[in-house]
Design a protein around this ligand. Structure first.
Ligand SMILES: Nc1ncnc2c1ncn2[C@@H]1O[C@H](COP(=O)(O)OP(=O)(O)OP(=O)(O)O)[C@@H](O)[C@H]1O
Ligand SMILES: [Mg+2]
Length: 257
């Protein structure tokens, strides 16, 4: 398991001690290293009624392949904002994001969308399912968007829906599902392309203890089976305990816990 940390200069180092070669520039993300992603010097602010609110301020983050990271922190501190930027759903004001060596915010919009479709699974805090489509169609959607045929897409979506306990809801319209069921559809949709990176925003926020535990198990299994890297925002101490690395945001920067 990669054990990657960000040093005080924002460089990536392997090992909790942060040991590195003297004078080197740190690890670089690439296909042949243990580093999956590096966020470097990211700034993000929003315009509020009383001026700009700075959410991320020279934020740097090194993420190893196969790591399981919990992001915790107070409401409104910027956890969802951070996840949106790591998932390239939103642009930073400044700074760079490298994924396997590529500076993704320099991609064209089309290339960025294709990268996101292929490499990143996203479980949103508020689901963002397509209400006019069924459970099965929602999960098939990322595959249909990238041109897979319906039969192949259904063949991949159904086993995942079974794993999240929704095999009896395949043809339900998603707006007729309960909040927790919708959350499980959103998780299956994020997993259907076997993304290298899963970003999950409160993936068990609406679930009871039993369903939450099943989701924690599923995430751990996928991490083990596929080496899927997992970054999840959570207020749940149970879920945070499943993750080997816990971080929080403090003054717009990342802090290891
Ligand atoms: N599009 C936007 N325009 C203006 N302000 C925004 C926007 N998005 C987020 N914010 C503000 O940025 C701050 C961080 O929001 P964010 O959603 O990242 O918080 P969070 O840590 O995920 O909170 P929670 O735990 O409640 O989900 C909040 O104060 C929010 O009001
Ligand atoms: Mg949030």
């Amino acid at each position: 398991m990669a054990d990657i940390r960000t040093d005080i200069n924002g460089k990536c180092r392997q090992g909790t001690s942060g040991n590195s070669m003297p004078g080197d520039g740190g690890m670089k993300p690439g296909a042949d290293t243990a580093l999956l992603m590096q966020a470097s010097g990211i700034y993000k602010s929003f315009q509020g009624s009383a001026g700009a609110i700075e959410i991320l301020k020279d934020f740097s983050f090194c993420l190893g392949k196969g790591e399981k990271v919990a992001v915790v922190g107070a409401s409104g501190i910027g956890k969802s904002t951070l996840l949106h930027i790591l998932g390239t759903l939103d642009y930073p004001d400044r700074g760079a994001l490298f994924f396997e060596g590529e500076d993704v915010f320099r991609f064209s919009r089309e290339k960025l969308a294709a990268f996101r479709n292929r490499s990143v699974g996203f479980v949103f805090q508020f689901h963002h399912l397509l209400p006019e489509f069924s459970t099965l169609e929602n999960v098939m959607m990322p595959l249909l968007i990238r041109g897979e045929d319906r039969r192949m897409a259904a063949g991949k979506a159904k086993p995942l829906l079974k794993r999240v306990g929704l095999q009896k809801r395949l043809s339900h319209r998603v707006n007729a599902l309960s909040g927790g069921e919708q959350q499980r559809v959103a998780l299956a949709r994020a997993l259907v392309q076997h993304p290298a990176l899963l970003l999950a925003d409160e993936p068990t926020g609406n679930l009871d203890k039993k369903n939450s535990e099943q989701i924690h198990e599923l995430l751990s299994e996928l991490n083990r089976e596929m080496g899927m890297t997992l970054v999840t925002v959570t207020h749940s101490t149970d879920l945070a305990a499943y993750m080997e690395r816990r971080v929080t945001l403090s003054e717009g920067q990342l802090k290891e816990l």
